[in-house]
Design a protein around this ligand. Structure first.
Ligand SMILES: [Zn+2]
Length: 154
């Protein structure tokens, strides 16, 4: 997995469009959700490896998203859409990396074959965390300066 900072930075840059404005938090949550659900179980209870592997799969996350959306009465479809989009972005980034052992089981429970494109090692993303932080900070400062100047001229 790329680290959570990399996933969040990707969410930041992908959610700049105005259509994300109301549900940006759900999109952010989706981009880290597979890891924050699966990793604690993997770390605390390593003997439950196959359960934590099953959590980090598209089918589990789709079921989780549908279940989670049931807590929202009015915006149920928006929750599914934005949380689901974040999860898709998460899995897209995970797909780019490579592992020494088996990677992610995209077609669980129908197949135990793992597949990754294999462009990066997981630790490659960690070395880029300072870059992501600077880019997000710079983009946010530019955005706020732009908003501030447009308020002054209006
Ligand atoms: Zn992941």
């Amino acid at each position: 997995m790329p680290d959570l900072v990399t996933h969040t930075a990707a969410a930041y840059f992908l959610s700049r469009h105005r259509c994300f404005q109301r549900y940006r938090v759900l999109f952010y949550l989706g981009t880290i959700l597979p890891d924050i659900l699966a990793r604690p179980i993997h770390i605390i209870f390593p003997q439950l490896y196959f359960y934590s592997v099953a959590i980090h799969t598209p089918i589990f996350m789709a079921i989780f998203t549908l279940f989670f959306s049931e807590f929202f009465r009015k915006d149920r479809w928006a929750v599914v859409k934005f949380l689901g989009a974040g999860i898709v972005v998460h899995f897209a980034l995970d797909l780019l990396q490579k592992h020494l052992a088996a990677g992610y089981y995209w077609f669980f429970p129908f197949s135990w074959k793992s597949f990754e494109i294999g462009l990066f090692w997981p630790e490659d993303f960690v070395s880029l965390i300072p870059l992501w932080c600077v880019l997000v900070l710079a983009a946010e400062i530019l955005q706020r300066l732009k908003e501030h100047s447009s308020h002054r001229t209006a």
